[in-house]
Design a protein around this ligand. Sequence first.
Ligand SMILES: [Zn+2]
Ligand SMILES: [Zn+2]
Length: 147
Amino acid sequence: MVKQKADTTEKTKKLLQQYALRKTGCRLEVLSLLLQNKSALAHSDIEKQMGDKFDRVTLYRTLHSFEEKGLVHSIHDVSGAVKYALSRETSSQQQRHDNHIHFNCTACGQTFCLNEINIPSLSLPSGYKVNSLHFSAQGVCSTCETN
Ligand SMILES: [Zn+2]
Ligand SMILES: [Zn+2]
């Protein structure tokens, strides 16, 4: 357990370095929270987890800088709430971070990134250009399915 925590801290520091982000206390904590969660987190979830360690503005700026650098991506779930999830580490710059399906569980309300399912590229009529593409699926997640 102790070792796992140390691993997370190491990974967190490495990621911040990789994305050229300064290591601030808030960034380290928010990032390790996102690393430990399998599902995407809403701003309010993160706020709750942090208690009163950091104010709203600091958290907002932290998430914004993560998103700007491509370390996290935001997801609009079915209810319209914005959630944040870590972007998969991509080997090539060409590969888009948001090129995957998001799964909304109707039982627990959690949103998951299905990184292993790639969205095929679309052949659009000439003159059309896609800036962003969002695929989301609704159903029951594996945890809720077995309970
Ligand atoms: Zn579920
Ligand atoms: Zn995602």
